[in-house]
Design a binder for this molecule. Structure first.
Ligand SMILES: [Mg+2]
Length: 368
């Protein structure tokens, strides 16, 4: 079976995040931009992938059309065993264009599509192609966008919990917002704090110590720059709170540096950024080896979210799947990825990633 084409589709779905109107400068997410990667074959089977596309959808789509498609078009469709070597060759061919960022987002998109394809060819869901299902439903956490004021953070936490969520992550950088969330959620409910790399080591350590009475499960990316693993390790040991990082790490190689430095308690591979399913599996294996827990990054709703559910079903490790907390104008997967009253999402059981993207939604929200 041959790959006949690799094509990017940019879909932009509006969202409403209510009180979370605080915008983070250049990294503000104006819409749910999804860069779908469609891999076509001469047998008529299609695989779907997902390249991280917030703020950079046109760049990611161009990278797929310009750099990635020529690497795959005309080649034999690899089976599951052959995908890592297939992708390793592409990583080598394209390494001079960036080992992290747009290039790797585009590589991730192709990798996910090839895994979807391999599982579809076998007629099994992706988790069964890779291993054994250990969870049929994945508990979700509400990943709140930055809000900024303690009162509104508290109100949003209460609303999310009424909606079924049993765990919440904030995107906040002040102690009063963290304490407001804890107060609203009650003791014992998992609370995570994602900071997006704002502080130096001394500031981050002071923040961690200040937050300790609120008992966050972890602080995520407290330190600038994200690749300063020595400082992260210092904050982790002196701050007295578990740290999480990894959404900005380049492949398993940088995760190894991060874990070896003792920088994190939780590793956060993002399937649409790290190099796809192949690289995610390497990070998961390394984390087990190094005694580091996993907390995947997945604030997106394209095929990468389904891939994350598939990968999380392979581990009965109690981890939560990240769900961006917002009202979406539409969803590629109907109601299938809605959080239920128990705060969980069922693992898709259809072939490949498990569901077909809704073609009418793609066309309606397509950006040409
Ligand atoms: Mg984050």
């Amino acid at each position: 079976m041959l790959i006949t084409n690799v094509k990017a589709h940019h879909v932009s779905i509006p969202y409403d995040a209510g009180v979370a109107s605080f915008r983070q400068g250049a990294s503000a997410i104006a819409a749910l931009d999804i860069v779908l990667v469609e891999v076509s074959t001469d047998a008529g089977v299609t695989g779907w992938g997902d390249a991280f596309g917030y703020v950079c959808p046109r760049s990611a789509a161009t990278a797929i059309d310009e750099m990635i498609a020529p690497q795959a078009r005309g080649l034999e469709v690899p089976d599951a065993e052959a995908i890592p070597a297939f992708m390793d060759r592409i990583q080598r061919n394209l390494h001079l264009f960036g080992r992290y960022g747009i290039t790797m987002f585009a590589i991730s998109g192709l990798d996910i599509a090839l895994w979807d394809l391999a599982a579809r060819v076998k007629g099994v869901p992706l988790h069964r192609l890779i291993g054994t299902s250990r969870r049929a439903r994945i508990p979700a956490y509400a990943s709140l966008l930055r809000i900024g004021t303690p009162e509104l953070v508290a109100r949003e936490c209460e609303t999310a919990m009424r909606g079924g969520y049993k765990a919440i992550k904030l995107h906040e950088t002040t102690a009063p917002t963290v304490f407001a969330a804890r107060e609203a959620m009650g003791a014992g409910v998992p609370l995570m704090v994602d900071m997006n790399c704002p502080m130096d080591g001394a500031e981050a350590t002071a923040f961690a110590r200040a937050c300790r009475p609120a008992a966050p499960m972890f602080l995520e990316e407290p330190v600038w720059p994200p690749e300063d693993f020595a400082t992260l390790a210092q904050v982790r040991s002196e701050g007295g709170i578990d740290l999480a990082a990894g959404e900005n790490a380049c492949t398993v190689h940088q995760f190894r540096q991060m874990m070896s430095a003792g920088a994190v308690s939780y590793a956060q591979p993002s399937v649409t950024k790290v190099g796809g399913v192949s690289e995610y599996l390497k990070v998961a294996a390394l984390a087990d080896q190094m005694g580091v827990r996993l907390a995947p990054h997945s604030p997106y709703f394209g095929p990468g979210f389904l891939a994350t559910l598939q990968l999380m079903s392979l581990r009965d490790d109690g981890t939560f799947v990240e769900v961006f907390y917002m009202n979406r104008a539409a969803c590629l997967w109907g109601d299938h990825i809605n959080v239920d009253a128990d705060g969980a999402i069922p693992v898709p059981q259809g072939p490949g990633l498990g569901y077909e993207p809704d073609k009418a939604i793609i066309e309606h929200y397509r950006v040409s």
